[in-house]
Design a protein around this ligand. Structure first.
Ligand SMILES: [Zn+2]
Length: 140
């Protein structure tokens, strides 16, 4: 399990036990990472779903192959989606915003070749795809 995944959940404000369970790592690993990052201890108990990203983390699950799959509902049977504050969000778009700190441009889809992957580090928007095409050409 990558430390980046632990860091993401720590920064999202989750408690050690929740992170350990979600990522299938030992609680000691989570605590060591928290200490390394000098983050304060997480509050125990369920976390209120304050943002779409909070809802995202409650429905995203790491797979053994290093990707993430959606355990929530899919809009029109295809696009993983979540509801927050009466609005529907694409899980791809929320994942993108978590990883990049900006709203995506155009369509967001997995760039890792794993269908349905919603790993924040694996999804790409149109701007990223255009950039790859400019650097590597259309061969990819
Ligand atoms: Zn992936």
């Amino acid at each position: 399990m990558s430390r980046a995944a632990i860091e993401q959940l720590l920064h999202a404000g989750y408690g050690d036990r929740t992170i350990a369970r979600r990522l299938a790592v030992s609680i000691g690993t989570v605590r060591r990472t928290r200490t390394l990052l000098r983050l304060p201890a997480g509050r125990p108990g369920p976390k209120a779903a304050g943002t779409p990203a909070d809802v995202f983390w409650t429905r995203a699950r790491h797979t053994d192959s290093g990707h993430m799959e959606w355990t929530g509902t899919a809009h029109r049977g295809t696009t993983p989606s979540l509801r927050h504050g009466g609005n529907r969000y694409s899980a791809y778009r929320v994942a993108f915003t978590i990883a990049h700190g900006r709203a995506p441009v155009g369509r967001v889809e997995p760039g890792c070749g794993h269908p349905g992957c919603i790993h924040p580090q694996h999804v790409e928007d149109r701007a990223m795809r255009d950039q790859y095409t400019a650097i590597f050409g259309d061969a990819a």
